[in-house]
Design a binder for this molecule. Structure first.
Ligand code: GLY
Ligand code: MN
Ligand code: MN
Length: 436
């Protein structure tokens, strides 16, 4: 994305702040084992405002400050360290490439940030996300309080920056949707590859490798979340990520995986037959989940309440469970008493954006939020039947989820992820074409 976009975001946020000081640290590098670190991923709020992808950095925004409104603390250049650890932008680039008005070495944070806090009334932070940093910050504020006799005053008001910042992040602008469309297309290509390479007696991780190779070949540094590649009964574990089992002939494979591009997530689930052909029971349940998804997507419309699409999915699923003999009773009662949760125990979606479970309130003053154009969400109904469920054993160990990413439009919803089909005949055709 062009640096101007990040400048515009900072300006927008500062306008909403009015005055005061906002302090946004990025994530710390995370130790993995021995001398090894986890691959670094910047904090989404920090990156949203700065485009700066290095650890050990803090952004400070002070609207209307004469010496400059955007101050970036970061690591300075250090040729010897860079030879071991990788390149750094340094202070000069913080100004030139990242648009900071002033840049300081991160080591100077302790001396300069307290000075910036002096005589500010209001401090905006994302309290709770970086507890060590919060503690440091309150230490500096206490130090200022101890100096009141010298004529300075310490901030009086603390405000959670996330309320205004996450409201901005919830509504995706056209440049964000462009990146999300690319992430969705790339993820769909990965799922297609997985369908093409899948054969009975392969291990789940072999299919994960094909899927993630496609993501990486398309420029994704890492998946948006750990890929779920779950064969047979493993599909009934909602966040299964071991991916170590054999794919057995006759079972289904559920893959929930998405690529991340420029810190934007994609989140797709497809469930397909390992041998290329759905069994009658698998197809019955698959078509039920698909019908629930279609009913849900119909309700992803501007003006509808957030909860409406979940309710639409549940209604179709419960009616289908009744028709197939999985549940007994009346539709209304089963829904009221949530009896369906035995087979469908999660919600039908979540906001999607820089975080896979993206930021933004779901309720406003106790009422479900109303959908508006520019919001992006997932639609992911499912059905999961384990041997502990007292139903005909022919349904056992079937776990199915179908998940797509959808933009709320002015009129029709835009489904970002249909480069990989959901129709069972089309999925079988993709698999058949890949089997000479
Ligand atoms: N991949 C996590 C989710 O679907 O919510
Ligand atoms: Mn999801
Ligand atoms: Mn998912």
């Amino acid at each position: 994305m062009h640096p101007d976009i990040f400048n515009r975001r900072r300006r927008g946020l500062m306008q909403l702040m009015g005055d005061g000081i906002a302090i946004i640290p990025t994530n710390n590098a995370m130790h993995r084992n021995g001398d090894v670190q986890f691959r670094f991923r910047p904090d989404s709020d920090f990156y949203y405002l700065t485009q700066f992808a290095e650890p050990e950095a803090v952004a400070v925004l002070i609207p209307n400050r004469e010496e400059g409104e955007f101050i970036l603390f970061c690591r300075n250049r250090d040729p010897r360290r860079e030879q071991w650890e990788g390149r750094r932008a340094g202070l000069e680039n913080a100004l030139e490439l990242y648009g900071a008005d002033q840049a300081y070495e991160i080591e100077q944070l302790e001396t300069i940030l307290p000075k910036l806090l002096v005589n500010q009334n209001k401090v905006y932070t994302c309290t709770g996300r970086h507890p060590d940093f919060d503690q440091q910050l309150f230490g500096w504020i206490n130090d200022i309080k101890a100096k009141v006799r010298s004529g300075v005053h310490a901030p009086m008001e603390f405000s959670d920056l996330t309320y205004i910042l996450h409201e901005l992040r919830l509504f995706k602008k056209s440049e964000e949707l462009r990146v999300m469309r690319r992430a969705a297309r790339l993820s769909a290509a990965g799922h297609r590859r997985a369908m093409q390479v899948c054969r009975p007696q392969m291990y789940e991780y072999e299919i994960q490798a094909a899927l993630e190779m496609t993501f990486m070949q398309g420029g994704s540094h890492y998946p948006a979340y750990p890929s779920i590649v779950a064969a047979g009964e493993n599909a009934c574990i909602l966040h299964y990520t071991e991916n170590q089992s054999l794919c057995q002939d006759g079972d289904l494979l559920l893959i929930d995986a998405g690529a991340e591009l420029e810190c934007y997530a994609s989140d797709i689930t497809r469930t397909f037959p390992i041998n290329g052909k759905y069994s009658p029971e698998q197809r019955d349940l698959y078509e039920l989940v698909l019908a629930a998804q279609a009913a849900a997507i119909e309700n992803v419309r501007s003006g509808k309440a957030w909860r409406a699409y979940h309710q639409a999915a549940v209604k179709v699923l419960v009616q289908g469970m009744l028709d197939l003999g999985l549940l007994k009773g009346s539709l209304e009662e089963l829904i009221d008493k949530e009896e369906y949760k035995r087979f469908y125990m999660h919600g039908t979606g979540h906001w999607l954006g820089m975080d896979v479970h993206d930021v933004g309130e779901y309720k406003v003053e106790d009422a479900w939020r109303v959908l508006e154009p520019g919001m992006v969400l997932t639609v992911e109904p499912g059905i999961y039947i384990t041997p502990s469920d007292d139903v005909d054993p022919r349904w056992h160990n079937i776990g199915i989820r179908i998940e797509d990413d959808v933009v709320v439009g002015k009129d029709e919803p835009e489904i970002l992820t249909r480069d990989i089909p959901v129709d069972p005949d089309e999925i079988e055709a993709i698999m058949a074409d890949a089997r000479p």
